[in-house]
Design a protein around this ligand. Sequence first.
Ligand code: 5GP
Ligand code: MG
Ligand code: MG
Length: 180
Amino acid sequence: MKNMKIKEIMFTENDIDGIVSELADKINSDYKDCQSLTLICVLKGSVIFTADLIRKLKIPDIDLNFISASSYGDSDISCGEVKFESVKEFNVSNNDVLVIEDIVDTGKTLKKLVGYLKGKSPKSLKVCGMFDKPERRSVEFEPDYIGRSIPDKFIVGYGLDYAEKYRNLPYVAVVEEETV
Ligand code: 5GP
Ligand code: MG
Ligand code: MG
């Protein structure tokens, strides 16, 4: 594991609050006639984003669910394998479903997850990502909502980790290898 240090702050706490509010406004408007929504938070990176976003949503019944997807180990390079595990069974068929993801990178995780969920016949299925690195896409995948597109840099904070560190930072930062 490499020693990393914070190189620059990309989004402050204030920036993040503005981005989440913009996303919530769009979702509230698109789902204004929706009574109940099955929300799927992709662990662990999306927990903080999900917690902030759901408190700004006006849909009457939100059923909050968690699924864990792993494609990255303690490294910043994807091994290409995606595995899913749901914390508890949840119902998708005939429900409006919204997947909440921290960041879309190669697109492999969400493409696989969306394929899996579609097989369960949801009434509707959309994906909301806080961040997107479109330059890194290796499979065809387009999220329905994106907070901000960012350049190809490895970011941490606001739920995002490097080897399980930095998730608790209230801002989003770029990390780089420490040189001695
Ligand atoms: P994908 O399947 O799109 O390649 O990978 C998505 C997952 O990789 C994200 O949900 C996230 O966990 C991880 N990931 C991708 N880019 C970054 C990044 O810049 N920083 C961190 N901390 N994780 C990332
Ligand atoms: Mg993730
Ligand atoms: Mg990670």
